[in-house]
Every structure is written in C-alpha cells, then in structure tokens.
Design a protein around this ligand. Structure first.
Ligand SMILES: Cc1cc2nc3c(=O)[nH]c(=O)nc-3n(C[C@H](O)[C@H](O)[C@H](O)COP(=O)(O)O)c2cc1C
Length: 325
C-alpha cells in the first residue's frame, strides 16, 4: 500500500466559538485550515454588523473559508458572490450538516441531506457563482440511521464541482449523541476522488492517528476537543511527525494561554472589556474542564466581569494547585 500523505488539520467551524481570535490561537498551535462559523445567506445579503464580525478574518489565518447555510440556490449563490467581494476568503464552505431546528425547519443545514435534488442545485449554483474561488462542503452521514447516504451525497457534490468534503460521522438525528461512524467516513473516502476530511470525536492524538490510518482521510477536523484543549493540534502534529510526544500542558501554561485569549478578545471588541469578557465566559468553562478545584473555579468564572479579576483568579488557582500542573 502506498504511504499516506500526512493529513491537513482543520479546526471545525463552531458557532459562538471559532471567531477570528480563537481561530488564530488554534493556527498558532498547528491547525492548518480554518473556517468561520456558519452564517446565513440572508445575513450576508443584509450585510449587517453582526454578520461582518462572523466573517471577518486576518491575513495570517489563510487559508480560511467562510461557511454559508441556506436553502435557496439563488440566494446562496448571491451570498457567495457577496462574501467573495466583501472579505475575499480562500474558499466558500457550504453547510449541509447543521441539525439545529431553527436551521432545519427552514430547509437549511442537514435538511438538504433528505433532498438530494435541492442539494445538487445548491452546489451547482454556488460553484458557478463563486467562479475561481473553490467551494467546499460539510455534511453529516445522513438524516437518520435508516437513511445513511453520505456516499451518494458525496458523489453528487463531487459531480457539481465541490472541491473538498468534510464528513461528520453522525446522522442529523444523533445530534451530538452516540459515536461518529468512521466506517462511513472511510466509505466516502473510497467513493470519491476529492479530498475527504474526517470529523467526529477526535479527542486525542492517538485516536486521531488511528482514525486517519484506518480511513485514509486527506484531513482531520477537530471541534469540541479543540474548544477544551486547543493544544490538540500540536499534539496531533507531533504524533504525525513521529517525534517526541508533545509536552504536557501545565497549569501555568494553560492560564497564560487563557489570559492571552482574553486580552485578544478584548482587543477584538475594540478595548471594551464587558462584552468581551461576557463572550469569553463559555470559553472559560471549556478551558477549565477537568482542572483541579473545577467546581469552585467555574462558579467564580460564571460571574466574571473584568480582565483584572480573571488575572486574580488565575493567580490564586495556579498557586493553590501548582503541584498538580
Ligand atoms: C458549539 C458548536 C457549534 C457548532 N457550529 C457549527 C457550525 O457553525 N458549522 C458547522 O458546520 N458545524 C458546527 N458544529 C459541528 C462541528 O463543526 C463538528 O462537526 C462537530 O462538533 C463534531 O466534531 P467533534 O466531535 O470534533 O466536536 C458545531 C459544534 C459545536 C459543538
């Protein structure tokens, strides 16, 4: 068997998490390809301020894509053109995986997995509108366990000119329960010639390497594990390189990273602390999972309102638990 090329590492798009600040932090830790969180075609076409913040990125994030969702081939095509014109991403990514009711009930996200003719039209019309800018897609393996159709969906998308496909190995019905089915991801890899990016439950370098070897995926996409532990990119990269295992992330390093994230977030909010710190609270909950004294720590973070207080909490916590670092 020919040697596999090392996979590219993708940060999964995550609404409310993967803003420009978090994406760049992950890139510094080894993520190769970044995507914005999903934005609706309508939001783009209305060009509101909120949408602009979702899709903005810095030059050092490239290659970076903007992910779009919607149900109308025409509106999505217009939105793709508008995004290209507006921020010039390296690729447009189409969301065919979102299971959230608000999106599915308007025929967006994973509902297109049940409507292959519409999915085909959406892909064709966005590919044609995007011109030379590549269009990629992200799917789930099917609507439910009785209708797993990822290979069929993948062939349709490839046929319409989609350049790369990320496959989350769960059905829409599963939401985030159960386990990602990597056997289906492997079947998609064999069914198409475009690069397939495997996604679902990659929560350690060991698992990531095993899934990559079994599936032959061209890339690995990491979501929730990166939200809790962004160092996973460095750990996977070092494991792929076959060298020494990545250094264990100590408590001080973790807090330095968290404080740096908070400072960058405040800068992104133009120096206005309150909304920045508020928006960081759920990030802090993720970062502090599994830390010693977690329950008390998380209680104090829930009401956090300033960077100064975060610095105090970091200092108190790392002094109290340094032996656990
Ligand atoms: C908080 C959150 C927000 C998400 N938002 C998006 C999104 O905007 N677009 C998308 O394609 N997938 C989204 N996802 C799904 C992830 O990209 C990914 O497919 C899923 O979490 C499985 O990967 P994991 O097991 O590595 O987390 C989201 C997931 C989470 C947990």
């Amino acid at each position: 068997m020919a040697a596999q090329n090392a996979p590219l590492l993708f940060l999964a798009p995550m609404a409310g998490v993967t803003n420009t600040v978090f994406r760049r932090l992950c890139k510094n830790l080894g993520a190769d390809v970044l995507t914005t969180e999903f934005v609706s075609a309508e939001g783009i076409l209305h060009r509101n301020e909120r949408t602009r913040r979702y899709i903005e990125f810095q030059p050092d994030e490239r290659p970076v894509g903007v992910q779009l969702f919607g149900a109308s081939p025409e509106r999505l095509a217009e939105a793709a053109k508008a995004v290209i014109d507006w921020v010039g991403p390296d690729f447009i990514d189409l969301n065919f995986g979102c299971p959230v009711n608000k999106v599915v009930s308007r025929n967006g996200g994973s509902s297109l997995l049940k409507d292959c003719p519409l999915l085909k039209k959406v892909a064709a019309s966005v590919v044609s509108a995007a011109g030379p800018v590549p269009v990629t897609a992200k799917i789930r393996i099917g609507w439910d366990s009785k209708t797993i159709n990822a290979t069929e969906t993948a062939r349709i998308l490839e046929g319409e000119g989609i350049k790369r496909l990320a496959v989350h190995g769960r059905t829409k019905e599963q939401g985030y329960t159960g386990q990602a089915d990597w056997a289906v991801i492997s079947a998609v890899v064999s069914a198409v010639r475009i690069p397939v990016i495997g996604n679902g439950d990659l929560d350690s370098a060991t698992i990531a390497l095993a899934r990559w070897k079994e599936s032959g995926a061209a890339g690995l996409m990491i979501g929730r594990a990166a939200m809790n532990h962004p160092w996973i990119f460095r750990e996977i990269r070092m494991a792929l390189d076959g060298g020494a295992s990545a250094p264990v992330v100590g408590l001080r390093e973790k807090w330095d990273f968290i404080l740096h994230h908070a400072e960058l977030e405040i800068a992104w909010w133009n120096g206005v602390e309150e909304p920045a710190i508020k928006s960081m609270r759920s990030r802090l909950m993720s970062y502090t999972r599994g830390l010693p004294g977690g329950a008390r720590l998380r209680e104090s973070l829930q009401h956090l309102d300033s960077l100064a207080r975060l610095r105090e909490i970091a200092e108190e916590h790392s002094s109290a638990h340094n032996e656990c670092a």
